[in-house]
Design a protein around this ligand. Structure first.
Ligand code: SF4
Length: 216
C-alpha cells in the first residue's frame, strides 16, 4: 500500500524521458516522489534478461577501464542523495565512474536503442556527482556506451539552460500540487503504477483503436 513519504524523493531515471518530451505524464513521477512502498506492475521475463545483459556489459567495460589503469567505482559506490533548499531529494546511481587524479568520466551503459533521454540521464549525474564527497572538486565528463558506439558528453553541457530545465521539472514533481496526468496507451504500458494508485491507467483492453476512413 502506498505510504506518503516524509518529503519529496526523486530518482534520476524518473526525470529523463519527461525532460526530453519522450513522456508527458508528470503525475507518475509526482506520485513516486511523494509515496513509497506502492504496489508495482509485475516485471516480465524480458526485464530479467535485460538486467543480466546490462550487468554483463557493465563488467566488460569495467574490466577494460581497469586494464587501462583507471580507478573504477561501480553503481553502489556511486550512489548519491542531494537535498535541495526546498527539502526535495534527488538520488541516483550511475553505472561507473572511472578516474585518474582529479579528472573523471561517468559511464552509462545502454543495451537498447539510443535515445535523447540517455543524454539527460547522464547529464543529471554530471550535475549531481560533483556535489558528493569523493567526487567533490573533480572535473567530470560523461560517456554513454552503446553496443556499437560511444557518445561523449563534455562537462560544459551542464549549463544554465540544462540546470533551469532540470530544476523546473523537479519543482513541479516535488510540489504538493499534483501536476497534469496524461494517460495514454504508450506510456501506461511502460508505467509501473497499478490501477489501485492510478485509476486512469489505460490497459491493453483499452488500446488505441485503428479507425478506417475513406478520405485518403
Ligand atoms: S498509469 Fe498512465 S496515467 Fe497513470 S501514472 Fe502511469 S502513465 Fe500516468
Amino acid at each position: 500500500m502506498a505510504i506518503p513519504r516524509s518529503g519529496p524523493y526523486i530518482w534520476v531515471t524518473w526525470l529523463s524521458k519527461l525532460l526530453v518530451g519522450d513522456a508527458s505524464c508528470e503525475w507518475a513521477t509526482w506520485f513516486r516522489a511523494h509515496h513509497k512502498d506502492y504496489a508495482k506492475m509485475p516485471r516480465t521475463h524480458d526485464f530479467a534478461a535485460w538486467q543480466m545483459d546490462h550487468a554483463a556489459r557493465l563488467a566488460e567495460v569495467r574490466a577494460d577501464l581497469e586494464f587501462d589503469g583507471k580507478t573504477v567505482l561501480t553503481e553502489r559506490q556511486c550512489h548519491f542523495s542531494l537535498r535541495g533548499a526546498s527539502g526535495a531529494m534527488l538520488a541516483g546511481r550511475p553505472d561507473l565512474v572511472a578516474s585518474e587524479e582529479q579528472r573523471g568520466v561517468i559511464y552509462d551503459i545502454k543495451t537498447g536503442q539510443p535515445s535523447l533521454a540517455d543524454h539527460v540521464q547522464l547529464m543529471t549525474y554530471m550535475y549531481a556527482l560533483p556535489h558528493v564527497g569523493r567526487f567533490r572538486g573533480m572535473e567530470l565528463s560523461g560517456r554513454i556506451v552503446y553496443r556499437d558506439h560511444e557518445v561523449d558528453v563534455p562537462a560544459s553541457a551542464i549549463d544554465d539552460a540544462f540546470r533551469g530545465n532540470l530544476f523546473s521539472l523537479m519543482g513541479r514533481v516535488a510540489s504538493s500540487d499534483p501536476p497534469r496526468i496524461a494517460p495514454s496507451q504508450l506510456e501506461c504500458a511502460f508505467c509501473d503504477l497499478t490501477p489501485a494508485d492510478c485509476p486512469q491507467r489505460i490497459d491493453g483492453a483499452q488500446a488505441n483503436e485503428v479507425v478506417d476512413v475513406p478520405d485518403f
